[in-house]
Design a protein around this ligand. Structure first.
Ligand code: NDP
Length: 281
């Protein structure tokens, strides 16, 4: 079984970013990472994003707020970041605490700075199959892993387990655009195992540690693991039981070191694209 490593895909995206960067004439593009509270997974994603921006020669600044900030105060602060001409891209770490109306922020965020595709404008673009919108970085990272490894998606049966707005749903649209035949599964899916076994490519975005083992996978299928979980021993693991795939799958992404590493590279690419389009306007 071939291990599809995120670092290699990330390096190829860096080449694309370097090429795009040649079109930047002014100051370095800057990312704002907006975080409310101190959730460990947010902090870990923030550290990863800061590191990646530095590695890609881009600027990033964290804006953090206490978890009990009021809806009104957060919106005022968010609006300042949203309008700041020195910031070309925004990553909002979610979910937000319940007192903040997340739907309002999705409406507020400038679509041109919305690098993680949360605004209705960008979502509509992705669902219409248009190139000009920003897709959620994780969903796009999955497509990058497949394409960079020369996996032709045309006519392939792709099974996505998970239907969230962050991963499953936008990813289904990106794959449809690549002419895959897409099935989305969820908690109400009947015969999940049989459905997965029938796929050429299985994408796990479930949020359950090692839920999909080799018994879900057909011979020589490709397995992409989006999950980030902590197992019983406190170790980071995916939604797939990687070791159980040996002798069954043809290729698979590991966790850590798979899709996660690519997500922040896509974020960097979106930042440079955003800076270029804002410079044009
Ligand atoms: P959500 O919790 O929002 O969605 C999980 C989805 O999985 C739901 O659609 C749910 O179905 C489905 N599901 C849960 N349990 C089962 C089951 N037993 N059988 C079938 N379907 C099931 O999670 P996210 O989409 O936000 O994240 C998914 C995973 O990806 C998580 O591990 C998360 O940490 C990781 N992640 C990784 C990122 C990265 O950069 N690598 C970024 C974002 C997320 P239903 O709709 O019916 O409830």
């Amino acid at each position: 079984m071939i291990t599809l490593k995120g670092a290699e895909v990330s390096a190829k995206i860096k080449e694309q970013v370097d090429e795009l960067y040649k079109g930047i004439t002014g100051s370095k593009p800057k990312l704002a990472i907006v975080r409310v509270g101190e959730r460990p997974d947010d902090l870990s994603y923030e550290r990863g994003a800061l590191k990646k921006m530095e590695a890609f020669g881009l600027l990033a600044e964290s804006f953090s707020f206490p978890c009990d900030i009021s809806d009104e105060d957060f919106k005022r602060e968010f609006s300042k970041i949203n309008k700041n001409p020195e910031i070309q891209g925004i990553l909002l770490l979610r979910p937000l605490p319940s007192q903040i109306l997340e739907k309002d922020i999705e409406q507020m965020i400038d679509p041109k700075k919305d690098l993680d595709g949360i605004s209705p404008y960008n979502i509509a673009k992705i669902f219409a199959g248009e190139e000009s919108g920003f897709a959620p970085c994780t969903a796009e990272a999955v497509v990058e892993v497949l394409k960079t490894n020369d996996i032709d998606l045309t006519g392939k049966k792709v099974i996505i387990v998970g239907r969230s707005m962050v991963v499953g749903r936008p990813l289904s649209m990106l794959l449809l655009k690549e002419n895959a035949t897409v099935t989305i599964c969820h908690t109400r899916t009947e015969n999940l195992k049989d459905t997965c076994k029938n796929g050429d490519i299985i994408i796990a975005a479930v949020g359950r540690a090692k839920m999909l083992d080799g018994s879900y996978i057909g011979k020589d299928a490709i397995v992409i693991d989006v999950g980030i979980n902590v197992d019983d021993n406190g170790k980071l693991c995916g939604d797939v039981d990687f070791d159980s795939l040996e002798g069954i799958a043809s290729m698979a992404t590991p966790v850590p070191g798979g899709v996660g590493a690519v997500t922040t590279a896509v974020l960097a690419k979106h930042l440079v694209m955003a800076a270029l389009s804002q410079a044009e306007h």
